[in-house]
Design a protein. Structure first.
Length: 222
């Protein structure tokens, strides 16, 4: 079971506001225990997806965390209804190809097939180039999506935790929902943006919990 503790998140520099919010949801810290395991799903439900992703840096590195976050990144990048691949324009071929390559590598990892450091590096470079090309063409969504794929490949290539990559994409997805809605009729843009952003966060939260439970089938989310 992926978990952290109050002691671990404090030692990693978790924000005071996030720490207090989690502590309040779990009752008195002394009674709960500073070293008592806190499931990540508990943090999602208490503090939200952004804090839960941040807390991944305070989880002991393991194959399980890699698998959970590979599942998460595959879904966020390629879900047929919500993922970034589904929202690219027909002209975004370079970005689609680069993102698809990163997704394929993560799928191979989930299948237990080896992925070499050089392959991750090549995928990262392609996504980097795709992001630059999209930005130059004023295709901001495609640029953000390609940067997310670049980060997803970079963390795997360096052996670092996926937390920063996943968190970066979560922020980008919400920002994109707001950016899209802002093009609506001016007097309804703000409400539309809020609704779109909330929907994006809710979807990401469901996906994260589903990915966690897929790797912990015997554990009911707290």
């Amino acid at each position: 079971m992926l978990h952290t503790t109050f002691e671990a998140i404090r030692s990693h520099g978790f924000s005071d506001s996030g720490y207090r919010k989690l502590a309040k949801s779990l009752g008195d810290i002394k009674a709960y225990g500073r070293d008592t395991p806190i499931p990540l799903t508990t943090i999602v439900k208490s503090n939200g997806i952004a804090d839960a992703l941040w807390c991944l840096r305070a989880v002991q590195p393991s194959n399980e965390i890699d698998r959970v976050l590979s599942r998460f990144l595959v879904a966020i990048l390629s879900d047929p209804d919500h993922g970034c691949l589904s929202r690219l324009k027909p002209s975004d071929d370079q970005q689609r190809s680069a993102i698809g390559a990163v997704v394929d590598l993560h799928k191979r990892r989930l299948e237990g097939k080896p992925v070499g450091r050089e392959e991750w590096g090549t995928a990262r470079g392609a996504a980097w180039d795709a992001a630059h090309a999209a930005h130059a063409a004023d295709a901001e969504y495609a640029a953000r999506a390609a940067r997310a794929a670049r980060d997803a490949a970079w963390t795997a290539a360096t052996g670092a935790t996926h937390a920063e990559s996943a968190a970066a994409w979560a922020v980008e997805a919400v920002a994109e929902a707001v950016w899209d809605a802002a093009s609506a009729v001016e007097d309804t843009a703000w409400l539309a943006a809020q609704a779109a952003a909330n929907a994006a966060v809710e979807w990401q939260t469901r996906v994260f919990i589903e990915c966690f439970e897929a790797e912990n089938p015997e554990t009911e989310a707290a």
